[in-house]
Design a protein. Structure first.
Length: 188
């Protein structure tokens, strides 16, 4: 099997940006073979590839994830039109598979967008954070009070989306938010 870059705990920007999550872990860098697999999972309507990536994540990071002792797993939300265009919701698929394997409840609909977000692709680092500001909220009726939530996304670029999602979860009562992604951009 080709070598996939190892897990990443914290990057230089994460220390500077005052992100709303406590920790981010990644299967590896969003480049090479892992980058190709993530792109195919996102854009080729390939839920089976999500299962393969979830298996890799659990194989490489399962103990790290278990040590977090999370109370629930929440995928980063995806707007409906993007889900329709892609044919899959890769964060939700990864979250469901990881949650099932770990025996942790998954809350796929707790996070919602207040309005349609502008595309993050092509924006500067500060533009991405500005674009996400107050864009996500947590719906009521979920057991978030004093919980440690694991946010799941496919790629971590600047952390803007995950930070906004963590802010929304904490505003709804969560005590901590950690992030799990399949890949992180090499510059993050």
């Amino acid at each position: 099997m080709p070598e996939i870059p190892g897990p990443v705990d914290e990057c230089g920007h994460c220390r500077e940006d005052r992100l709303q999550f406590e920790r981010a872990i990644a299967l590896g860098s969003y480049e090479g073979l892992l980058g190709e697999l993530i792109v195919r999972m996102k854009y080729d309507r390939n839920e089976r590839l999500a299962s393969t990536l979830a298996t890799l994540i659990l194989s490489e990071l399962g103990e790290v994830i278990r040590e977090l002792q999370v109370d629930g797993i929440v995928p980063v939300p995806m707007v409906p039109w993007r889900r329709l265009a892609r044919g899959t919701n890769s964060p939700a698929a990864l979250a469901a598979l990881v949650g099932r394997e770990l025996g942790v409840p998954v809350f796929p609909r707790v996070l919602q967008y207040r309005r349609k977000p502008s595309q993050q692709k092509g924006l500067s680092r500060s533009g991405r954070f500005r674009n996400m500001r107050n864009l996500i909220f947590a719906k009521a009726g979920y057991p978030l009070e004093a919980s440690h939530v694991l946010l799941v996304d496919d790629i971590l670029t600047t952390g803007a989306t995950c930070s906004e999602a963590a802010r929304a979860l904490k505003q709804a009562g969560a005590a901590q938010a950690s992030v799990l992604v399949a890949g992180r951009t090499p510059s993050s």
